[in-house]
Every structure is written in C-alpha cells, then in structure tokens.
Design a protein around this ligand. Structure first.
Ligand code: ZN
Length: 255
C-alpha cells in the first residue's frame, strides 16, 4: 500500500518562512517543486530548483545538497548573489549552485531556475546534427534555436563538465542570453522562468519535447513549429501552468 502524503509532510513551512522572512506559499511551492520534478522524472538524485527571494532581489532559496525528492522546508537555504549561504554554519551545499546565482545576476526578471540532467534531453546536448527544438504547442517556449553551452570553449579540455565556480556560472548565463532554456553539452539543461510553477512546467515539458522529438525523427524529417508559432503557443501556455501544477502536486504528494 502506498503511504498517503499531505502538505504536512513538506516540513515546517511556517517556521522556515518566518526565519527567512518570506511568504509561506513560496516555501511550500519550492518544496513541492522539488517533489514534482522528481515525480515527473526530470531529476533523480541530482538536479536542483531555486526561487529568487520575492522581497530581496539579491537573494535566492535553494535546498541543501540532497536528492530533490526528499526535500522538506527545513532543507531550504538562503543564498546571496555570490552563492554563499547567509546562515551561519550551513550544511553541505550543491557544487553547481553558481548556475543559479549567476543567472539571477544576469537576468533580473528571472524568478526561478531549474537545472537537470533529464534523460531524454541529454542526447540532444551531444548530437551534432539534431538540435532540440519545439515540436508541439505545449513546448513553444523552447523555440526554434536553443543555445548550447560548450564548457570547453572557455574552460578547455578535461573539466568534469560541472559548473563549479562563479566564472563557469557566468559563462553559462552568457550562453543562455535572453533565452528560457540552455542546453549543456554532455551534461543536461537549465531552464528559467518568471515564477516557480512556470519553471517546473518548462522543465517537465523540455523533457516531453525531447521524448516526442526523438520519436518524430525516427519517422523522418519533422515539421517543427515555426518561430511565430512557437512564440504564440508559448504566450498561451504560460498562462496555463496552474492546471498541470495542481495535478503534478497531487501526484507527487500521493493525494
Ligand atoms: Zn548538473
């Protein structure tokens, strides 16, 4: 029998929200985002999601170094723009937290970031002939040209491909540019949005697009969305993120 979870299983949301000085709903959404991304197969033991502090633009929240599917409110840490945890004596943190700090620095309008190694996206980061691009209306935000971060361009041969420093994070943010998604060769992808629910939607549908595109190319050359179609579809779907959020949350919490 599967245990039935509830929002109570997400940890001490009100205590943590008071400590950080943040709306409890933001704390709950960040914990739920971690659970959804695991439940939807976007992250496994690795990958992470953050949200910019709504009241302090130079701070963001990210969990301590742990599997996203197990994150509770008490596991959330507050970081400054140098990716330094503001609390004293913090627990172990993600090596790749610079992805978040440098993107928040470079893109003031970005409020949430998801970094993942989702399994169907990675093949598109290494293919020299078939880049990821929008194949259906749900994935219009992907557009027709997704930037690719090539770590060896600036950091040479022999890295472990991880974003281990502020310099690497800044380089990734430059590759992202004004896009919503950046592919990372031999590693994964990072997606940004104006809110946490939108970021989760985009992370899930980046994996869906990859899986659909992989099947479509087996049938021959796909008819991709045009630039204009991708833009129109993205605008419509950006206002529809509440429906999947409710469903995915119920599923992730076993409600
Ligand atoms: Zn990574």
């Amino acid at each position: 029998m599967t245990a039935t979870l509830s929002v109570d299983s997400l940890g001490a949301i009100s205590v943590v929200s008071e400590q950080i000085g943040i709306d409890p709903q933001v704390v709950e959404d960040l914990v739920v985002a971690n659970r959804i991304l695991f439940n939807q197969g976007v992250v496994d033991a690795f990958g992470h999601v953050s949200v910019r502090h709504p009241g302090r633009g130079d701070r963001f929240l990210l969990s301590r170094n742990m599997a996203p599917g197990l994150v509770c409110a008490e596991d959330l840490l507050e970081f400054d723009m140098n990716a330094v945890a503001v609390q004293s004596d913090p627990p172990r943190q993600f090596l790749e937290r610079f992805i978040h700090s440098e993107i928040y620095k470079a893109r003031p309008e970005v409020m949430a970031v998801v970094h993942s190694h989702s399994p169907t996206v990675v093949p598109f980061t290494v293919s020299k002939s078939t880049p990821l691009r929008a194949v259906c209306h749900m994935c219009g935000f992907i557009g027709t040209q997704v930037p690719l971060f090539e770590i060896s361009d600036e950091f040479g041969d022999g890295t472990d491909l991880l974003i281990r420093s502020a310099a690497m994070g800044a380089s990734l943010a430059r590759s992202l540019g004004q896009s919503d998604l950046v592919m990372m060769r031999g590693h994964g992808s990072t997606v940004v949005a104006r809110g946490i629910r939108e970021a989760v939607y985009r992370a899930v549908y980046t994996e869906v697009n990859a899986s659909t595109q992989l099947r479509a190319v087996q049938l021959g050359e796909p008819h991709y969305l045009s630039d204009a179609e991708a833009k129109t579809a993205a605008k419509v779907m950006d206002s529809e993120t509440q429906r999947p959020w409710g469903l995915w949350k119920a599923k992730a919490l076993g409600l």
